[in-house]
Design a protein around this ligand. Sequence first.
Ligand code: NAP
Length: 565
Amino acid sequence: MSASKSSVSMDQHEVDVIIVGAGFGGLYSIYKLRELGFRVQAFDAAPSVGGTWFWNRYPGARCDVESLQYSFSFSEQLQAEWRWTERYAAQSEILRYLEHVADRFDLRPYIQLNTRVKSACFNEATGRWDIQTDDDKRWSAAFCVMATGPLSQPQLPDIPAIATFEGRAFHTSRWPEEQVDFTGQRVGVIGTGSTGVQLIPALAESAKEVVVFQRTPNFVVPAVNRALKDNELEFWRKHYPQIRHDERFSRTGVWDPLRGTRSAMEFNDAEREYLYRAAWDRGGFGFQATFPDLLTNMEANKTAADFVRARIREAVKDPETAEALCPKDYPFAAKRLCVYSGYYETFNKPNVRLVDLRREPIKRVTPQGVTTDKSDIPLDVLVFATGFDALTGALKNIDIRGRKDKSLRTLWSDGPVSYLGLCVAGFPNLFMLSGPGSPAALSNAVVTIEHHVDLVARCLNDLRTKGMTHIEATGEAQREWCDEVRALADQTLMTQAKSWYNRPPQEGKPRIFVPFVGGVGVYRERCDDIITSGYEGFDLYAHGVEAMRAAAQTATPSACIIAGE
Ligand code: NAP
């Protein structure tokens, strides 16, 4: 075969790396891979950069991880010059930050907005990925980086006649850019997860009536948001290097110097109460870290659950509503903890009403509202805070085909499999950021995204240096990783609640628990070991004789990828 033979057809645009998504993951991928000299092209279906922070602009939307930690660490200059205004940044501030990142690092020329990737197929003849976008363009790339986000595919509830509603209806993750006025409106909210608990107090400020349809109550701990002070920012800037290091080797990607180290059961009731109270008053996810065994020891867990239930009963005046808001049938924090101040107190407002769907299930949506098995509830607006086709939805939405035309959608029909939550056997040179099987779902997303992007960049650079063109997870490594993820989850109480990362066994199908619960730091050390041991669990190879020759002659990976023998 001639070395001059072109690997791509004339109407295909050719780059080294296609990146899908322009949120935190996509933006940092562009920056990092361009820094290493790779030719990249990113796509995003949205009209703006920002990913989840573009789409989730519902009233009250705010990050529940502290802004000084939920931010990029890759550039000290960026870290020093950006001034976060509040302990927890509002959606608009995070979107401004990501727009600033895109401008500051000149990333926009590499992003095509308003463009959805329809398919990505591995072409065995060329050893490259053929990508089709919804503007009918075709692209060819040596590598694909899926920065599609674990929570980006909105999910509507399976309620009968949902489309018949004649009022305005919104999903929180597809909120319109223009302001929505709720004054004088009767608003129904379905869903009380992290999104619902932020949205409901905000709606209650202006709506005539807010009817909250709750299927499962959540544990909500206060955020205690506030403006950030200059001396606080100064402290962080001074100590950032150590803080960022600690985040990377922590359990959840969050620096928390007050994290407890002794079992809840080593303290008496009064001591425990004191420690819970202190964490409660400080606000935030730190409450969950009061004791290290809250998610492994049911007795310890019950002490936290009892404490929160006592706070709910204190906050909510109507005893029946308070009881309905108390989670009782799953362990504390087994579903993702919600963090927001004032959620429970909202139910004391005369314009807010809770409908407990466990006692009064929804029968159907009607043109005028919602019918439960007890009453017709008239509504002007219906808001679905019903979450996402989490972790796999965005990837399954793209027709991804690996070697032998193997479909990722089909492979994952009974739940996702992966190696490290980063790669899938049979899908060479395809990387998922924050994929299923990584710790992303249980972590500070920015820390895990930066880690994954750094891993991908290191891997691409290593391939180039070694004269290799392809990397692919082995089936055996994938099986062992999935077994390990499952076994680790079994050691915790997290499998005892239905959540977007844990699907209990159903209809003869096994339980699916998706995230790696071993912690962000353990995962990082594991990935480092795998790389330094020569990419254990991966096959690295050169595609064709020409590829090896080309790799020896040039340092650019695009030149290494030549049509197969
Ligand atoms: P979610 O946690 O999946 O919650 C969805 C809610 O909708 C649940 O209360 C669920 O009830 C309810 N629901 C679904 N189908 C229903 C039906 N047919 N009838 C009645 N209720 C139904 O989704 P989310 O609140 O959007 O949050 C998802 C994740 O996004 C969070 O866990 C978090 O990781 C992330 N998030 C982060 C922030 C932040 O501040 N950083 C903010 C918002 C969201 P069941 O519990 O009974 O299923």
